[in-house]
Design a protein. Sequence first.
Length: 313
Amino acid sequence: MKPKRVLPVLLLSVILLLFFAVACSARGGSQGGETGTLSEVEAQISAGPTWPALALLKTGANPIWFELGPEGPSLIESPATAALTPYTPWPHARFITGIQMWEGFFVMAVNRDGFLILGTASEPTELILYRVADSALWDHYTTESFFIWDDRPLVLLYRNDFFSELSAPPLTSQVFALSKLSPVPIPASIGAFDNLSLPWEAEVVRLGPSGFWYIRMREKGQAYNSTAYFRTDSLATGGVRIGVDEWRNSYPRGGDSIDIASGSRPFSLPVLPEGFVFNNVALFGNVVVASWEEQFDAAIGAAGFMVMALDAN
């Protein structure tokens, strides 16, 4: 385990101000589902990663619900009370792309925003909520791929032109990483993309059930945009070109439609209103984190995540 670093006084002040701006009132009683006081957060984050901390969550049987917004997550009573967010084609909407477990943290990639992280505090049922974002940059690109490679949480940003014309410039680095030493996502290098040049952009990268990595690339801004697919056993190097049939067959088949990261303990999720769905679930110990969204065809309205603790028995 890597040693924890002590936060500089200035950064600690910034974190406390961020928490003060979004601090949530306690609720939930003996069943849990509360947020901590400012002094509790100060004690918990004094020796943590250099990420802006938003709140200390005291999880319990009552779920804690958050809705995503331009300035980060905000506490809500339930998805039924979420803001009336206009439906937006999914590449341009704010929602949680995926959840990964990394070094004891729940890491969520948020389309058009950055990372949200939940890390354990001094008590097993307490979590610190962090936000590592660069929405000024990310808001112009789509985050479809979220994966762990080389022991780092990585996302791939690209310009999606299916629902609209291209408006953002191409990125020098399409891959961004979460680092414990940075309060914002940082550009990262992947060997498989080193020789990629315009008008080509990588759109999707994912690990298939066979252990191979699969990559989809597409031309941008041409009269006719070609698409190419590749397979490689390591993202450190380029792969071999494959056909569209192999690409389609590389997706997992069967099973639940919800991605569950880590853990296989049976549990049930709260009932959502009509038109809302859970799309990613992570279980670590007895804590469950699940992302939710309001869907209509290929569009997303409100979106967010939920945290709760399972019965210890």
